[in-house]
Ligand binder design. Sequence first.
Ligand code: ZN
Length: 134
Amino acid sequence: MDKIEHIGIAVKDLEISNALFASLFGVAHYKIEEVISEGVKTSFFKAGPNKIELLEATNPESPIAKFIEKKGEGVHHIAFAVSDIISEIARLKKEGFVILNETPKKGADNKLVAFIHPKSSNGVLIELCQEIDN
Ligand code: ZN
């Protein structure tokens, strides 16, 4: 696994939270992207060298809606950059981690992504992401 690629934060209202985090970081979000298959609308911030992703549910069945229902707003996942997501999934599976999607899917920000179930990683949802070459 490489560096932390971003930290994902679940929010109820993207517009309100965009303003909140813009005043926290001193810089506005640089993009908004909807991932229809995941039922989320995301916005991205750069805070120094760090990237923060805000996630708002776009329907009540969205994983973000369910997360907020159970735990409230807050840190939702930590994403790590990997150079070869397929082999990383295979390695982690062999180590006993529960992979939520063994076939990587297209996530926000031009990435292939896969998630590790928090029940196998001390309650932390881990996202693996690999940049898609254009
Ligand atoms: Zn993410």
